[in-house]
Design a binder for this molecule. Structure first.
Ligand code: SF4
Length: 362
């Protein structure tokens, strides 16, 4: 298998009986959706025509809360990818839903249609945050649903948000650590954005809600990504995907939106760790040339967007010059060379030491 392709199918859920403050889902009664099986088939066909052979192909039902839709509609929609999977034309089926829309009947049905991965929109494991965000479920619902999903043998995905009303860094760290205990196969982290036509927009305009700044969101997300990386839990997305409408000034009214949010977080982590490494090793820096050798995939994150990390280190530590070279070494290793004095930095080891030093972990 060479490439991993996703066929996204957006299922607006007209019947969502909830009022999450950050969501602009229009409330219309009836457990319905406007997506039809015919459209699902058409979307799959269109995508399949563009994929290279021998790829890993996943059909993903996104948006809304799939398992809160009427079960007969769920069956009709699922039947389409199920038949493609049976025919060997796709490999996996995934969907996202709410923690309180999971029970034995629902999971039995998803097994029957050969669903592989269920992602739970958790957002927070703090009761006050859940309540203030109008989620309409408790943390207990999350633990119950996550355990049941794993008991049935599905891959579990967990989504969290930072910067919700009543949220704090401590609460985000708590949610992250609880996620780790639930051993998900993947995680998504979304900084809260103020979207047009939401209750959050009203709160924001009345000055009753203050979104995180971009820097605050990067700092919090950096700690979360370090914690997940340490436990080898794959973070498959950080930050809302920019679309035609998800742009500042369009549907995004305020909040820490950046089209390359994850890259900013990854660059920030390398800045934190390199700085920690320099201090920890007592490396003298002034007027010296710093050479960094790293796996090709880490090079641009180490340099930072528009060389922001390079500029930061030159300014703060007065390096004469900084060069970063790709090298065939593992992604977990960086060679830090100052005046022929080479030191190996084990990223995981230094992540752990940094988090311990800052009392994030014991
Ligand atoms: S976030 Fe999900 S559960 Fe909340 S209102 Fe929107 S669709 Fe409904």
């Amino acid at each position: 298998m060479s490439r991993h392709y996703i066929i996204p199918i957006f299922v607006p859920h007209f019947g969502c009986p909830h009022d999450c403050v950050f969501c602009n889902q229009k409330r219309i009664t009836g457990l319905s959706t406007n997506v039809t099986p015919r459209e699902v088939e058409k979307t799959i066909e269109e995508y399949l025509a563009t994929f290279k052979p021998d790829s890993f192909i996943e059909v993903a039902f996104y948006g809304g809360s799939f398992t809160a839709i009427d079960i007969d509609i769920q069956k009709k929609l699922l039947e389409v990818p199920y038949n493609y999977k049976k025919a060997g034309k796709i490999n996996n089926i995934r969907l996202s839903t709410r923690p309180d829309a999971i029970d034995d009947i629902i999971l039995d049905n998803l097994k029957k249609y050969s669903v592989d991965t269920i992602e739970l929109g958790v957002q927070s494991l703090d009761e006050k945050v859940l309540y203030a965000s109008g989620r309409g479920h408790t943390s207990e619902d999350v633990y119950r649903a996550a355990k049941l999903i794993k008991k049935y043998g599905f891959n579990l995905g967990l989504q969290m948000m930072i910067g919700l009303p009543e949220d704090t860094l401590e609460k985000d760290l708590h949610t992250c650590k609880e996620f780790i205990k639930l051993k998900p196969s993947c995680v998504r982290v979304y900084p809260t954005l103020v979207i047009k036509d939401t209750f959050l927009e009203k709160l924001y305009l009345r000055k009753k809600y203050k979104p995180l700044s971009l820097n605050e969101a990067i700092d919090i997300s950096s700690l979360l990504l370090m914690l997940f990386n340490l436990e080898d839990i794959e973070v498959i997305r950080m930050g809302l995907q920019p679309t035609e409408n998800i742009q500042m000034g369009k549907d995004v009214v305020a909040g820490p939106f950046h089209p390359a949010f994850r890259q900013l977080v990854e660059a920030n982590i390398f800045r934190i760790l390199l700085e920690y490494f320099i201090k920890y090793k007592g490396i003298s820096t002034e007027g010296k040339e710093l050479i960094i050798e790293a796996n090709n995939k880490n090079v641009s994150a180490i340099a930072g967007q528009k060389s922001s990390n390079i500029n930061y280190f030159i300014k703060k530590y007065k390096f004469n010059k900084i060069k970063i070279y790709p090298k065939e070494i593992g992604r977990n290793i960086i060679n830090v060379i100052i005046e022929e004095n080479s030191k190996v930095m084990d990223i995981k080891l230094f992540t752990k030491a940094y988090l311990k030093d800052n009392l994030i972990i014991d």
